[in-house]
Design a protein around this ligand. Structure first.
Ligand SMILES: [Zn+2]
Length: 165
């Protein structure tokens, strides 16, 4: 069982001038955008906590990103970019008639699920890290690639009725 403490209140510590991190995360490795990307738990250059792990059935990789409410990472511009990134991954699931409930999860803890064999993990994670830093180019490129292969992905406000099963 992996250790996750999403949403737990304090104590926090300052990490190199970045937003405060939970004390249990102080020994997490800092993920580097150009190093190999492997499952694990990391601090991001933008001060987030990133977790990468296969889903139970290993059909997807689940990537969670938590910025602890840091306002610099919760702007409308970045929220929309993270949404496009989620849709880029979701497009492959739609094409494969994948029924998992990944989709876009808004809020403080962002949850992405990338279908194995679709977007390379490193490309997806690097796009997410770029969004943190205000560069949406990799995200928009991934979304364009998804749409070229899988057709237009759903737009905001439609197709969110999958909960009926
Ligand atoms: Zn899927």
């Amino acid at each position: 069982m992996t250790i996750e403490h999403n949403g737990i209140a304090g104590p926090y510590f300052e990490y190199d001038g970045l937003p405060a991190q939970h004390v249990v995360d102080k020994d997490l490795p800092l993920i580097h955008p150009y190093a190999p990307v492997t499952p694990g738990r990391y601090l991001t250059p933008g001060g987030g906590r990133l977790t990468i792990r296969p889903t139970e059935m290993r059909a997807h990789i689940r990537i969670t990103l938590d910025h602890l409410g840091c306002p610099a990472q919760l702007t409308d511009e970045k929220n929309n970019a993270f949404k496009r990134l989620a849709l880029a991954a979701e497009g492959y699931c739609v094409q494969a008639r994948c029924r998992h409930r990944a989709a876009h999860a808004d809020g403080v803890l962002r949850i992405f699920e990338v279908r194995t064999g679709s977007i390379p993990l490193a490309a997806f994670v690097r796009a997410a890290l770029a969004v943190e830093l205000g560069d949406f180019t990799p995200t928009d490129r991934l979304l364009q690639e998804t749409e070229a292969l899988a057709g237009p992905v759903r737009q905001e406000g439609e197709g969110d009725q999958a909960s009926g099963g």
